[in-house]
Unconditional design. Structure first.
Ligand code: DOR
Ligand code: ZN
Length: 449
């Protein structure tokens, strides 16, 4: 049994925002709320040991057995329901040099994630029963976050023939997406939205109209012109988002917009919700923190798809996340090798390695400056994704599996070799000090640091 004492629990599902003692083994057992006048997170007491057991020994990774109670002093720290990341690239099968299911699950847990969804753009593509089962089996053996596969919408991500969604859902796929590519034909998307209803699972749309994106490498605007790089207009995303929203309306299908990066997409999502269309949206930390003006010709770590927004669009994305128009955060963890990212900007692959920096980045850039409340952070990265994708977690309600994050807002790390778990290092934060980290993550009561 674990007992976290005097910790600031933020759990929007229970409307809980208070100093508590929390007891759990593989499930949450008990939450005892302290008096209302102690509700503010206290400063860390430098003299108190971070962790101790009742017998004074340092806590280990193993789950305490029998009647042993391991006590952790939670003063100055937060306890959140585990973060749920609905957008990650774990690269297995095919590019295990960049990441695999085991390293990805570990890196995720280190970053505070207890459940992650991995995308189907592997080699080969996760478009058949065998590979869905493979991901589930490998993922269940990994020591870290729970891993669930998102199966492809079309075979080979070719945008032509639909996969057998019912079969793949029965095998364990929790959503469908051709992420990495937009589905170019409207008719294919219409049928996908229709068939996915047989599974109750959403289609995750990577909105990118190819003729507009036209092999560009950053957002089209003054900065792409200055750098002489081919620009991707914001409309490459928004026109497909508009199409998919109208198709979701037409079919009464369930749609989720991946990595929203343009203000027009925000407007469309807001409109769709008012119409009662079954659509949700996610935004990635990098689209809220960086903008196109931050890009120089050698900054391939900032090359992502969709590309970094204009500064004006970034503000609109932040506001939409804060007011709930955008439902959730997701990392789009996209590991790539150093060699690939060392190429000229136009040739380097898209993607940021994000699991181990995402929470800290959002904490430092949005929560500390008061742009995003702590409770909205937890809602957007735990409760809402768990609900939308019908996943375990999202709350610390007694009786539910103990997927728990102990978060220390003052814990500081220099991002680098010592603590890094991912196989790749393509992060703009490499070598930089950051603070605000998950210092322990429990998945079903098993502790991962
Ligand atoms: O930046 C990205 N990287 N965006 C995507 O859509 C795909 C991903 C990847 O697979 O590397
Ligand atoms: Zn994508």
């Amino acid at each position: 049994m674990w007992l976290i004492k005097n910790v600031h629990v933020v759990d929007p599902a229970q409307d809980l925002d208070a100093i508590c003692d929390v007891e759990f083994d593989e499930r949450i057992r008990n939450i005892i709320k302290h008096n209302a006048n102690t509700q503010n997170t206290l400063p860390v007491d430098a003299d108190s040991p971070d962790e101790h057991t009742v017998s004074g020994r340092k806590t280990s990774e193993a789950a305490p057995s029998g009647n042993t109670v391991q006590v952790i002093d939670g003063r100055g720290k937060y306890l959140f329901p585990g973060f749920v990341d609905v957008h990650a690239h774990l690269r297995e099968p095919g590019r295990e040099d960049k990441e695999d299911l085991a390293s990805g699950a570990q890196a995720a847990a280190r970053g505070g994630f207890t459940t992650v969804l991995c995308m189907a753009n592997t080699q080969p593509v996760i478009d058949n029963r065998g590979l869905v089962e493979f991901v589930i089996n490998q993922g269940s053996q990994a020591e870290g976050a729970r891993v669930w596969p998102v199966a492809a919408v079309t075979k080979g991500l070719k945008g032509e023939e639909l996969v057998n969604m019912v079969e793949l859902h029965n095998a364990g796929a929790v959503a469908f997406s051709d992420d990495g590519r937009g589905i170019q034909r409207g008719q294919t998307m219409l049928l996908a939205l229709q068939y996915a209803q047989l599974t109750g699972r959403p289609i995750i749309s990577h909105c990118e109209e190819d003729s507009l994106a036209a092999n560009g490498s950053m957002r089209r605007g003054p900065q792409s012109a200055r750098l002489g790089l081919t620009g991707i207009p914001a409309a490459a995303e928004s026109v497909m988002a508009a199409r998919d929203i109208l198709l979701a309306e037409e079919t009464a299908g369930r749609l989720h917009l991946a990595h929203m990066s343009a203000s027009a997409t925000v407007t469309l999502l807001g409109w769709a919700k008012k119409q009662g269309i079954d659509v949700t949206g996610e935004v990635n930390p990098h689209h809220l923190i960086f903008c196109d003006e931050d890009i120089g010709l050698t900054d391939t770590a900032l090359k992502v798809n969709p590309p970094l927004p204009s500064a004006a669009d970034r503000e609109i994305l932040i506001e939409a996340l804060a007011n709930g128009t955008i439902d959730m955060l997701a990392t789009d963890h996209a590991p790539h090798t150093w060699e690939e990212k060392a190429q000229p900007f136009a040739e380097a692959p898209f993607g940021i390695n994000a699991f181990e920096t995402a929470l800290s980045a959002v904490w430092m850039s949005l929560v500390e400056p008061g742009k995003l409340s702590v409770s909205r952070l937890v809602r957007a990265w735990s409760l809402n994704p768990a609900r939308r994708f019908s996943l375990a977690g999202g709350s610390l309600s007694p009786g539910t599996p103990a997927d728990v994050v102990l978060f220390d807002p003052s814990h500081t790390r220099v991002i680098g070799e010592g603590t890094w778990m991912s196989k790749s290092t393509n992060t703009p934060y490499w070598g930089k000090p950051m603070h605000g980290f998950a210092i322990a993550t429990w998945v079903g009561g098993i502790k991962h640091c």
